[in-house]
Design a protein. Structure first.
Lengths: 229, 434
């Protein structure tokens, strides 16, 4: 859960008011702005923006991190440091499909480790590895909240139900042949989560919220003697 | 005790394949609870929830009505819904978000009205890709329907809801870590008191955090009244509750059950519920409330599914998940895997939790793989004692959040219950179960 690089790059001076560095496609940049407008503080959109960038690139590449930092008003090191805390945000490239096998208690009782060993052998990679054709990254997961269908497997965080070694190999073949393309999007776990509009509540109320937000932030900054914690 | 005829409160619609759509929701009384609430004063709505004595369903079991009454009066306040559901073997919110997202949204709106908050956020773990799609689509429809947004149903009350994805971190289920995460930071739990969310929460403003299932009960409570809810169950544990049953049972799944009137034995063995253990093997042990809860043995199987009843027996109902282990289960391996989970998910802020969980994992790991030493059992218990001094129940807290003390509580109970099995592993250099 840590993974913060020991030598943090020197903070790039953030250029405010610029439209990012053009790494995100224009429609994604629009979506990013819409997402930020949903929160009293745009920093709250950090994780949603990381998901958005992963939808485009498959992982959080350095260019995306710079652009997200610019958008939410942080340094790239702060974005990377936050993102690295979260298992779903990949600061290294991953395969087209991230296959997660849960080995936590309920799945362990129903053969999860046997399935994981089979997966490693049949894919020819260890946990955390990616197949040489770049299609599959194998993950050992903590509980994925689908414990009645154990051992639980997700592909790009879509549940695919309990798997046996045989059904697992079929699943992998279907992923490679594109037979599951409709069900499991390549990369971009949350690319189908789309809000249809912005905030609707009166502008005065939103303005009051944002003012209170800014005040609280200033208060905390004064208390802590610095900008953040 | 037996399986009761109690009404289905949160799973009533699940028999329909289209239970997640607005059409089905409206055809089955959807948003009527909200309409009714909007004809009442916010105080009257809160009083109804108080009368229901609805206990929070996220793990701590604090009464929702009481929590609401503690919200500091302030021009700006927030409601945050906890849908992080990462406690191992817990999968009830998964069902609620995928199969009845409108029920959740309606519950959130009722709570938002009672609390008169400025904005509400539904935080769902990122691994709920389909759940996030469903809740967001339902929210889009609810806006179009006039149930969310400005002047909802012509009542004069306005509220915006935002669906927010997490990104994979167990600790973000802890309410202050969830708030940090929602602010775009690492999920580090905050020190409390004095910073309880009801006083200082999201963006420093007063905030109520409630679980998905807690919210999903509100439409029914508004329609049928708090008294009707309180009439179900017994004592402090009112209403029905979802139990996620997993492990060695014939029918693992989520069951809605009347509190207290049903026992663990009913849940595990009744043909319409768990259906018993496959192969008619014997019950070895079960975990009554998520992996943070101390384990129970066959002797406790007749305990009622009630908060006080389980607490009185030295464990907790926690997140409403029950894991069944049959006689062929290796207790050492099960305990090792739980320890490993905590070691991986500790956020690392507190020394006893960060270092202690690592120690426990290493010692437990070598016992499990047959390389344990004679003195390891005492070392394990000593390490447990260092995290939660005295090894009492409920545990002493030396850390910022209760993740730390949960480790000795759960695996300490396994070590005590299955001491002989740990010794056999050490003496014979391996597992007698093969
Ligand atoms: C380590 C830890 C993990 C938790 N995970 C969850 C969770 O996944 N979902 C949840 O609703 N509550 C979780 N909780 C409990 C929350 O902190 C909080 O009590 C709860 O969301 C309040 O909602 P309720 O009053 O409706 O139960 C967790 C607590 C701790 C200490
Ligand atoms: S007890 Fe553990 S998880 Fe909780 S704040 Fe401390 S280190 Fe983090
Ligand atoms: S324990 Fe594997 S999905 Fe829950």
């Amino acid at each position: 859960m840590t993974g913060e690089p020991t030598s943090t790059p020197a903070p790039t001076p953030a250029v405010r008011g610029r439209d990012g560095d053009g790494h995100l496609a224009p429609e994604l940049l629009d979506q990013a702005r819409q997402l930020m407008a949903l929160y009293p503080d745009r920093r709250s959109a950090l994780i949603p923006l990381c998901h958005l960038a992963q939808g485009q690139d498959g992982w959080l590449c350095p260019e995306a991190i710079v652009e997200i930092a610019d958008l939410v008003g942080l340094t790239p090191a702060e974005v990377r440091g936050t993102a690295s805390f979260y298992d779903m945000l990949h600061t290294e490239p991953v395969g087209t499909y991230v296959v997660s096998i849960c080995t936590n208690i309920a799945c362990l009782l129903r053969g999860a480790y046997e399935l994981l060993e089979h997966a490693e052998a049949s894919l020819g990679i260890g946990v955390g590895g990616t197949t040489t054709d770049g299609t599959i990254t194998l993950e050992e997961a903590e509980c994925l909240a689908d414990c009645d269908r154990a051992p639980c497997v997700q592909v790009n965080h879509r549940y695919v139900g309990a798997q046996t070694p045989e059904s697992f190999d079929r699943l992998v073949a279907e992923l490679r042949s594109g037979a599951r393309d409709g069900e499991v999007p390549h990369h971009g776990t949350l690319i189908r989560v789309r809000r249809s509009g912005g905030l609707r509540v009166g502008r005065d109320r939103i303005a009051a919220e944002r003012a209170a937000m800014a005040e609280a932030k200033a208060r905390r900054a004064a208390e802590a003697g610095k900008g953040d914690h | 005790m037996a399986v009761t005829e109690a009404p289905k409160i949160v799973t009533a619609r699940m028999g329909h394949h289209d239970s997640h759509t607005l059409e089905r929701y409206l055809a089955t009384g959807g948003y009527d609870g909200l309409r009714k609430a909007l004809t009442m004063t916010p105080e009257a709505v809160a009083a109804e929830v108080d009368a229901a004595s609805l206990l929070g369903r996220g793990g701590a079991g604090f009464p929702a009505g009481r929590k609401w009454s503690m919200l500091r009066k302030n021009p700006v306040s927030y409601l945050v819904v906890n849908g992080d559901e990462s406690e191992p073997a817990t999968f009830k919110d998964h069902l609620l978000v995928e199969r009845d997202p409108h029920q959740l949204i309606e519950g959130v709106l009722i709570a938002a009205y009672a609390l008169q908050v400025s904005q509400a956020f539904i935080y769902l773990r990122g691994e709920f890709a389909l759940g996030l799609e469903r809740v967001q689509a339902a929210l889009n429809d609810a806006y179009d329907h006039g149930a969310v947004g400005e002047d909802i149903f012509g009542s004069g009350f306005s509220i915006d809801l935002v669906v927010h994805p997490g990104a994979g971190a167990y600790i973000c289920g802890e309410e202050t870590a969830l708030i940090e995460s929602l602010e775009g930071k690492r999920g580090f739990p905050r020190i409390k008191p004095p910073f309880f969310p009801a006083a200082i929460g999201l963006y420093g403003e007063p905030t109520v955090v409630n679980n998905v299932e807690t919210m999903s009960n509100l439409p029914w409570i508004m329609l049928h009244g708090g008294a009707a809810f309180a009439a179900l169950g017994e004592g402090k544990s009112t209403g029905t509750r979802l139990f996620a049953l997993a492990g060695h049972v014939r029918h693992p799944g989520v069951f809605e059950i009347e509190m207290v009137k049903t026992t663990f034995a009913d849940l595990i063995f009744a043909p319409v519920l768990g259906g018993g253990i496959p192969g008619d093997r014997q019950l070895k042990a079960f975990i009554p409330g998520g992996v943070s809860a101390p384990w129970f043995g066959p002797d406790q199987v007749d305990l009622p599914l009630g908060q006080d009843e389980v607490a009185g027996a030295g464990s907790m109902l926690g997140s409403g998940s029950v894991v069944v282990m049959d006689e062929d289960t290796c207790a050492v391996r099960a305990a090792w895997r739980i320890t490993r989970f905590f070691a991986r998910e500790s956020c690392g802020q507190c020394t006893p939790c960060r270092e202690g969980s690592g120690w426990l994992e290493r010692i437990m790991g070598r016992i499990e793989s047959g390389h344990g030493r004679e003195e390891d059992l005492d070392l394990l218990l000593d390490a447990c004692d260092n995290i939660a001094p005295g090894l009492t129940w409920p545990p002493q807290q030396t850390t910022i959040c209760v993740l730390g003390p949960s480790i000795p509580s759960s695996i300490g109970s396994a070590i005590k219950m299955f001491r002989d099995e740990f010794l056999v592993h050490i003496k014979e250099g391996g597992c007698p179960f093969g």
